[in-house]
Ligand binder design. Structure first.
Ligand code: DX5
Ligand code: ZN
Length: 218
């Protein structure tokens, strides 16, 4: 049974409280929160004040995905805003190891995200330090994009790396996740599924979350 993390990027920003309550009352495990700066990715979303406000109503883990340059400047700020897991992009960090240590020193679990073109091999000297690896299965920036099939292979390679190093790192996949590909992703070794469009465009989002939760390996 995978961890299900609905992505707030696809929620109704005019009525966030209603969508927070929907997730609170569903079988979802985490809130996935996409922070974009208009520099690392060609889109701008929300930041610390919105996350801190959401935290007053939300009852589940905050999985914060930073798509920003120089994330080290804001690690403490996101800890104060209520992030439980903080994920930075490998491509945005010159000193990835230092940033991972900073995230942990601020009391959060540390994640690293990989763009579709970034090989998982680049993580082999840091994998034992990571609580989570987020494999992007679309190019980051927008919800509702088509899943990139190469992701399965990357997840298998990453699963092998984690096993070979005796690490307990979780694998999360983000982008284009549907009821159709969720089973294959679990088969390849995914622990956590992010779902934006699949959840929020469903007629009944709570039911869709239950269906994703029920998916077993195929
Ligand atoms: C994209 C974000 C995703 C996005 C996923 O850059 O990181 O979390 O919300 O949305 P869907 O599930 O619609 O592809
Ligand atoms: Zn994301």
């Amino acid at each position: 049974m995978a961890i299900i993390a609905p992505s707030i990027l696809s929620a109704n920003f005019l009525n966030l409280e209603r969508d927070i309550e929907m997730i609170n009352n569903s079988e979802a495990d985490w809130f996935h929160l996409d922070v974009m700066d208009g520099r690392f990715v060609p889109n701008i979303t929300f930041g610390m004040p919105v996350i801190a406000a959401m935290k007053t109503k939300a009852k589940k883990t905050f999985d914060v995905h930073l798509m920003i340059v120089e994330p080290e400047k804001y690690i403490e700020g996101f800890a104060k805003a209520g992030a439980d897991i903080l994920t930075v992009h490998l491509e945005a960090c010159t000193h990835l190891h230092r940033n991972v240590q900073m995230i942990k020193a601020n009391g959060m679990k540390a994640g690293v995200a990989l763009n579709p073109h970034t090989p998982v091999d680049l993580l082999k000297d840091i994998i034992t330090e990571l609580d989570l690896v987020l494999v992007m299965s679309v190019n980051p920036g927008f919800g509702g994009q088509k899943f990139i099939e190469r992701t399965y292979r990357k997840v298998s390679d990453l699963r092998k790396m984690i096993r070979d190093h005796g690490a307990d790192t979780l694998i999360e996949v983000d982008g284009g996740v549907t009821l159709e590909n969720a089973g294959h992703l679990i088969d390849h070794g995914v622990d956590a599924l992010v779902a934006g469009n699949t959840v929020f465009s469903a007629p009944d989002p709570v039911e869709m979350i239950s269906k994703l939760k029920e998916v077993r390996s195929v």
